[in-house]
Design a protein around this ligand. Structure first.
Ligand code: HEM
Length: 140
């Protein structure tokens, strides 16, 4: 599909759109990402869940691990932080991580928090080959 950013003025005139319409179209065309447990998933194919106005839109654009674990959309829960979660919530998190996210959506990367330490130095415990769906061909 042609990327709207490469459309010439002529092409824009042809589709007869106003600038606002073209901008809206460009936005619609953006992929939708969310992270769970520091793994970034492309959830664009789940637009009916995650798109603008969809019920789980609040989970996108960030690491929403806590919200997924607690099945909560409370803004305070839309964080990577798992402090104080119950064993049941952690189990539920792993379940959804495996059965929904890993099963349905392509992995497009990892959050900085997963690959770097707080001071920005590399996290030596991060082993790409241990990450879900890691494929050297995709990485380089
Ligand atoms: C009244 C409350 C809720 C109902 C009735 C409900 C219902 C559902 C249903 C029926 C699905 C499966 C849809 C399908 O596979 O076609 C689903 C998926 C899901 N729900 Fe809920 N839900 C509720 C609240 C929540 C809340 C508060 C969260 C907060 C995180 C949440 C997170 C999810 C997630 C992450 C999925 C998987 C979406 C995907 O496949 O990508 N749900 N929900």
């Amino acid at each position: 599909m042609t990327s709207p950013s490469f459309m010439s003025g002529h092409a824009i005139a042809q589709i007869g759109g106003t600038i606002a319409e073209v901008q809206a179209f460009c936005k619609e065309d953006q992929p939708i990402y969310l992270a769970v447990k520091g793994v970034v998933f492309d959830v664009t194919s789940g637009k009916e869940f995650y798109g603008r106005g969809a019920p789980y839109n609040a989970l996108t654009g960030k690491d929403s691990t806590r919200g997924v674990a607690k099945m909560s959309l409370d803004p305070a829960d839309l964080t990577h932080d798992t402090t104080g979660l119950t064993a049941k919530e952690l189990e539920s998190l792993d379940d959804v991580f495996t059965k929904v996210y890993k099963a349905k959506y392509p992995i497009v990367g990892y959050t900085a928090r997963r690959i770097l330490n707080e001071d920005g130095s590399p996290n030596l415990d991060f082993k790409p080959e241990d990450q879900p769906h890691f494929d050297l061909k995709d990485e380089f």
